[in-house]
Ligand binder design. Structure first.
Ligand code: AMP
Ligand code: ZN
Length: 285
């Protein structure tokens, strides 16, 4: 009985986030950026269950056994649930695996593995979402991720870095930019894990083998030592500030990257800056 109550409360919280922030409607076509991890698998499952017009999109990063395992689990999940799955192989797109892309970038500039991977994934997601004619991209970001992001931005001396975040991206409004939404924004990582286990979803619980020594990992370890309620407070506090942060950003014009044509706040997008570092002056990432 307790189990049923937990599942019900979990689902209610996600439904409330979707309603309160007007994240989705049932007519639009949406894609879930699916890694095969617990967060994106749970939200994919739940959106399908709630009757949204959802499909899955996966980037195969070419990280050996780990990536093979992700792909296998995701294929099984999508087949069982009747969800359409699009797969993009990073090696086909860039001619090399994520490890090689990263190694090349890191020869020129000191950036973490996760930062390079995150920038490349976001770039691909936006482009693919347009190709698949999706009106929104759903990611599996949860309350723990978001509390970490707020603290990380603060530690880097720039809360403004979070101005485009929140349950839905907000400041870039452009026909080439597909909004990203986070229905698990208020859900705790532990609850998502519990939900995935109770529902027996084929999830890869193993962490990415390349996620080493980033600021996020250190922030995560720190936040896991504080009371869970603090995470909610950090995020709640940030959401109160968000309208102010966004007002400042509104004045910025959106450009199209001069190398790839994707929308960007600067003349060159972050992905092209990273991948073309040898040709630039180590531009600001
Ligand atoms: P991460 O950047 O690994 O923290 O992942 C953040 C979100 O990006 C996840 O919740 C997923 O929605 C999405 N994501 C991560 N890895 C992949 C992948 N390989 N393919 C598609 N989406 C992904
Ligand atoms: Zn670009």
């Amino acid at each position: 009985m307790q189990e049923a109550k937990f599942l019900d409360n979990f689902e209610k919280k996600v439904k409330k986030t979707i309603q309160d922030y007007k994240l989705l409607n049932k007519k639009e076509k949406i894609i879930v950026a699916a890694s095969a991890g617990k967060d994106s698998t749970v939200i994919l499952y739940l959106l399908k269950k709630l009757g949204y017009h959802v499909s899955a999109f996966h980037i195969n990063l070419g990280l050996g056994e780990y990536s093979d395992n992700c792909l296998q689990n995701l294929k099984k999940f999508c087949k069982d649930q009747g969800v359409e799955l699009s797969i993009l192989n990073i090696k086909k797109e860039f001619g090399m695996r994520m490890c090689n892309i990263r190694a090349g970038v890191q020869q020129n500039i000191k950036v973490s593995n996760c930062m390079v991977c995150g920038i490349v994934k976001k770039w691909l997601l936006n482009k693919e979402a347009r190709r698949l004619k999706a009106s929104k991209i759903v990611t599996g970001h949860n309350l723990d991720d978001e509390a970490q992001t707020v603290i990380m931005n603060f530690l880097q001396g720039n809360l403004m870095l979070g101005a485009n975040s929140g349950p839905r991206t907000g400041i870039i409004k452009d026909k080439k930019f597909i909004p990203r939404i986070k229905p698990l924004y208020f859900s705790l990582e532990d609850d998502i894990k519990e939900y995935s286990k109770l529902k027996k979803l084929p999830v890869v619980y193993e962490l990415c083998p390349c996620a080493i020594s980033s600021l996020r990992i250190r922030t995560r370890a720190f936040l896991n030592k504080v009371d869970e309620r603090v995470k909610s407070k950090i995020v709640g506090n940030f959401l109160e500030l968000l309208p102010e942060l966004r007002k400042r950003f509104k004045k910025e014009k959106i450009n199209y990257c001069k190398i790839c044509g994707e929308p960007s706040r600067n003349k060159t997008c972050k992905k092209c800056l990273l991948l073309n570092l040898e040709k630039t002056n180590y531009g600001k990432i």
